[in-house]
Design a protein around this ligand. Structure first.
Ligand code: PLP
Length: 422
């Protein structure tokens, strides 16, 4: 019997990556779903900002595994804490108390503003799922809608996909869970217009990361808080990419002098060990009852031990200040490159908009070949999110690699008949 299905009316044609990515080195076929593009490099080792591939070639990592390894690769204190925890207690389930989780929750509560409680999970999407379920429980029957912004990114589970304000990503997976609505980014009138009595919460990033590294305007973000107060809605801030020092504050919302009701985080919390968290004001978290939400691995000792040491090193190193300083330096260096039109972002979460005619994906690929890891966050802009402990010398070296790559890309563009400037 053939498993091939005949197309049906309304079927959405498959789009995106080729169905069969090329096999990783040493394998004769690809063992993975074709959800990611074909891997071009196989990394085998890292140290701080440096990475090495299976051929022994060295790279500078200015992406940190998508803003995850904020303390750099193979941080010795993180490695030691993991080894120690693995040899002590790995998992007992949330039916029992363990040591590191409570310590991490207390530290996160202090950094997030105090007066709250934490739910641990395993990823950014799960942290947002927890926030969405909390908003529904808090809002009560009939008051369940979450309003988020166009251009946002909140995850890939069905609910967080619908919260994600990128309709093109929704199409293949309809019908999505009900209860989501989007308003234009940085448009307070549009946000206000999206609110009706069914709305329980507004969900925003402080800087839209995947959407292109676009910081919220001050009036918009503060206005959103005021709207939440006025209409008695929860303000949920998604700090999955921006949280834990990356933008120059512990959380991006702290740039705006705004205190959310709920904050989600993940990426940098485990420096590569999967862990997410949803912080909520105590009186909001109180809407949840035993049995309302759970996850087997959430806050388990290994992940919590990673988060505990990560937060201790982050506080000792004062990573927000380091991100502010290094971010200003990197931004100034990028602005000097003739092929960079503008630089935007906060702290060490930056995007360089390239001059017209340069394709950011082509440039990112060329940078990788030249030993610098960055990514194309939009068709015309490159994202930079190096480890927060990056040295000035590494910033110099990375920008020098990029300068050479951009000069070459511009030359190729001029030499290509029919190109924008030809
Ligand atoms: N929220 C934001 C702002 C993100 O940037 C991401 C991932 O890039 C997510 C949520 C989803 O996180 P995860 O991939 O860990 O599920």
């Amino acid at each position: 019997m053939s498993l091939t299905t005949t197309p049906r009316p309304g079927d959405i044609p498959a789009t995106g990556h080729p169905p069969t990515p090329s096999a990783p080195a040493g394998l004769d076929h690809c063992p993975f779903w074709p959800t990611y593009g074909p891997p071009v490099v196989q990394f085998v080792r890292g140290d701080g900002t440096e990475l090495w591939d299976s051929a022994g070639k060295r790279y500078l990592d200015f992406l940190s595994g998508l803003a995850v390894v904020s303390l750099g690769h193979a941080h010795p204190e993180v490695a030691a804490a993991l080894a120690d925890q693995a040899a002590t207690l790995l998992h007992v389930s949330n039916l029992f108390a363990t040591v590191p989780g409570a310590e991490v929750a207390l530290t996160l509560d202090r950094l997030a503003g105090g007066g709250g409680q934490v739910f641990f999970c395993n990823s950014g999407a799960e942290a947002n799922e927890a926030a969405i379920k909390l908003a529904r429980r808090w809002g009560g029957y009939g008051r369940h809608v979450v309003v988020s912004a166009y251009g946002s990114f909140h995850g890939r589970t069905l609910a967080t996909l619908h919260a994600t304000g990128q309709p093109a990503k929704h199409e293949a997976f309809q019908p999505l869970p009900e209860g989501f609505r989007h308003a234009a980014w940085n448009d307070l009138d549009a946000l206000e217009a999206a609110i009706d009595p069914t709305v329980a919460a507004i969900l925003l990033e402080s800087v839209q990361g995947e959407g292109g590294v676009n910081p919220a305007d001050v009036e918009f973000f503060r206005g959103a808080r005021a709207l939440c107060d006025e209409r008695q809605l929860l303000m949920i801030v998604d700090e999955v990419q921006t949280g834990l020092g990356r933008t120059g504050q512990w959380f991006g919302y702290q740039h705006y002098d705004v205190q959310p009701d709920v904050v989600t985080m993940a990426k940098a919390l485990g420096n590569g060990v999967p862990i997410g968290a949803c912080w909520a004001k105590r009186e909001v978290a109180a809407a949840m009852r035993p049995g309302d939400h759970a996850t087997t691995f959430g806050g388990q000792p290994l992940a919590a031990a990673a988060a505990r040491v990560v937060l201790a090193v982050m506080e000792r190193e004062d990573v927000p200040s380091r991100a502010t300083r290094a971010g200003a330096l990197l931004s100034a260096k990028l602005e000097q490159l003739p092929q960079v039109a503008t630089v935007r972002g906060l702290g060490l979460l930056l995007a360089a908009e390239l001059v017209p005619g340069l394709d950011a994906k082509v440039v990112a690929d060329a940078a990788l070949a030249a030993g610098l890891v960055v990514n194309a966050v939009t068709a015309n802009s490159l994202r930079f999110a190096p480890p927060l402990l990056v040295s000035d010398a590494e910033l110099d070296e990375g920008v020098a690699i990029l300068a050479a790559v951009l000069a070459q890309a511009e030359e190729t563009q001029h030499a290509t008949p029919g190109s924008a400037d030809a």
